[in-house]
Design a protein around this ligand. Structure first.
Ligand code: EPU
Length: 416
C-alpha cells in the first residue's frame, strides 16, 4: 500500500497542464471494439483505471501499444464476448463493454462492475435499456449475461440519466444496422465527446433535443485517430487547490463550457479568476464567501467536484451547505477532514454543514475513494506540519502523476 507524506503550509504557485479526461478515455477504449482497423487514441491519460480497461480488452484478444500518451489499438482479433474475471469487477467503466460486445457478437458475458465505494451503483438502467430493444439478461455468480441478436423497435427511454448507461446504449446503437431513438440521456461533456468520436468514425448520431439522440447504426465504422478531451474534474481540482492554499497560478487546457456551473460558483464566492482561450488564471483570493451547492447530472454541479469544494468552505467566512444528491455514501472525506479540524456537521447521509474559516491541522488519514483522495491531498497542503495519507492508489485511478504536478507548484510531497 502506498502513502503520501506531505508537509503543508505552502501557498501553491505556478502553471499546470490538465491531462486527458478519465471518464471519456475509459469509454473511447471500448468503442474501438466497433472499429475494423488499427486506431490511435491520443492524449490518453496514464492512470491506473485506463491501464485496467486496457487489460480487460487484452484479455478478449485486443492488441495494443501504449507509449507516452498515445495508444495504438486493434480489436479486429477480438473473438469472444466473454470477459474473464480478474480486472473488470474492480472498475465501474467495465460495464460499458456490454454495448460494443452486444453490437458485435449478439451477446456479452461480463463480471459485474466495481469502482469507487460511493454508495449503491446499480446497473438497472443499463439492463432496462437493452431490454427495451428485446434483450434477455440474467445475473449469476456475480456475472451479467446479456443476449440481443437483433434489436426490436426503434426507441429506448433511459429510466435514469445515467452516464455509463447512456454511453452503453449509444455504443450499442452505433454498432448495429438499425435506427434507434434514445431518450432521457445523460449529457455530460464526456458523453458528447464520445458521440463526436463515433461520428468522426463514420457513425451517425444526431441530436434531436436536449436529451434525445437518433442513432443510425453501422457495421462499417473505422477511424485512424481519436483525441481525448482535457479532464474537467482535474481542472476544477487544481483551481480549488490554488484557492484553498491561498496561492495563485495558471491552469492550461480548460474547456470553459464544461465547467460553467463551477465558474458561476467561484464568482459567487468572490474568487478572483479569469478564463481566456482555455487558460484559467487563479489570482490570490482572500475573502471567500460561504456557499450552498447540490450535485446534479450535467449541467448541474458535478458530483465529482463535491468533495474538493468542501475545502473552500473551510476558507470562507460563515456557514456553507453541501448536498450530495446523486450518491448515498459520498461524504466520507468529511469524516477524515474532521480529524484534521474541519468544523463540519454531517446532517444525514447526503447533507453536510461546514463552518469557516477554520485552520486544518496535520494528522494521519485514509483516502477512501478517488475524489476524497484528491481532497485529502489538498487538505494536507493547507495544514501546517506533516500529514500522512494512506491508500493513495485510489488517487492514481484518476489523476496522472499527481504528486509530480503538485511538486512543480511548490508542494512538499513524498510517495512511500
Ligand atoms: N443509477 C441508477 N441505475 C443505474 C445507473 C445509475 O439508478 O443503472 C443512479 C446511481 O445510483 C446514481 C446516478 O444514477 O445516483 C448516477 O449514476 P451513473 O450511472 O450516472 O454514474 P456512473 O456511471 O456510476 C459516472 C462516472 C462517475 C461520476 C458519475 C456521475 C464513469 C466511469 N464514472 O458514474 O465518476 O461520478 O458518472 O457523473 O464514467 C469518478 O470519476 O470519480 C466517478 C465516480
Amino acid at each position: 500500500m502506498a502513502r503520501f507524506r506531505i508537509v503543508g503550509g505552502t501557498k501553491l504557485r505556478g502553471c499546470v497542464q490538465i491531462s486527458g479526461a478519465k471518464n471519456e478515455a475509459l469509454k473511447l477504449i471500448p468503442l474501438t471494439i466497433l472499429l475494423n482497423n488499427e486506431v490511435k487514441i491520443i492524449n490518453l491519460p496514464r492512470i491506473s483505471d485506463v491501464l485496467s480497461q486496457l487489460k480487460i480488452l487484452k484479455s478478449i484478444g485486443a492488441e495494443f501499444n501504449f507509449k507516452g500518451h498515445i495508444l495504438s489499438i486493434n480489436c479486429s482479433n477480438v473473438n469472444t464476448a466473454k470477459v474473464p474475471d480478474g480486472v473488470a469487477e474492480r472498475l465501474r467503466a467495465s460495464i460499458v463493454l456490454v454495448g460494443p460486445l452486444l453490437a458485435r457478437f449478439g451477446y456479452a458475458d461480463i463480471p459485474l462492475p466495481g469502482g469507487c465505494l460511493i454508495g449503491p451503483r446499480p446497473i438497472d438502467t443499463h439492463t432496462d435499456s437493452f431490454e427495451q430493444l428485446g434483450a434477455e439478461y440474467g445475473v449469476k455468480n456475480n456475472r451479467l449475461k446479456v443476449r440481443l441478436e437483433k434489436p426490436i423497435g426503434n426507441k429506448v427511454k433511459l429510466k435514469e440519466q445515467s452516464v455509463t448507461a447512456t454511453e452503453n446504449i449509444l455504443m450499442y446503437a452505433a454498432g448495429v444496422e438499425h435506427d434507434i431513438l434514445i431518450e432521457n440521456c445523460a449529457i455530460e461533456p464526456e458523453i458528447i465527446g464520445l458521440i463526436q468520436a463515433i461520428n468522426d468514425c463514420g457513425g451517425s448520431i444526431q441530436k434531436i433535443s436536449k436529451r434525445s439522440f437518433r442513432v443510425k447504426g453501422s457495421k462499417k465504422m473505422s477511424k485512424a485517430e481519436i483525441e481525448v478531451m482535457p479532464d474537467r474534474i482535474e481542472a476544477g481540482s487544481f483551481a480549488i487547490a490554488f484557492l484553498a492554499t491561498g496561492g495563485e497560478g495558471e491552469i492550461s487546457l480548460v474547456r470553459e463550457n464544461d465547467l460553467e456551473i463551477f465558474f458561476d460558483l467561484l464568482e459567487q464566492i468572490n474568487a478572483n479568476f479569469e478564463i481566456r482561450n482555455g487558460n484559467l488564471k487563479i489570482h490570490k483570493s482572500d475573502n471567500l464567501k460561504p456557499f450552498k451547492i447540490k450535485t446534479a447530472p450535467f449541467p448541474g454541479f458535478p458530483t465529482d467536484l463535491q468533495s474538493p469544494i468542501s475545502l473552500l468552505a473551510a476558507r470562507a467566512k460563515g456557514r456553507s451547505f453541501i448536498t450530495e444528491a446523486m450518491y448515498e455514501n459520498r461524504l466520507s472525506h468529511i469524516i477524515e477532514l474532521k480529524k484534521m479540524g474541519l468544523k463540519a456537521e454531517i446532517v444525514d447521509k447526503q447533507n453536510v454543514k461546514i463552518d469557516g474559516p477554520c485552520r486544518l491541522r496535520s494528522t494521519e488519514i485514509e483516502s477512501p475513494d478517488l475524489r476524497s483522495g484528491i481532497t485529502l491531498l489538498i487538505a494536507s497542503l493547507m495544514a501546517e506540519g506533516e500529514t500522512i495519507i494512506n491508500n493513495v492508489e485510489v488517487i492514481d485511478r484518476g489523476y496522472e502523476k499527481i504528486e509530480e504536478k503538485f511538486k512543480t507548484l511548490g508542494a512538499k510531497i513524498v510517495r512511500e
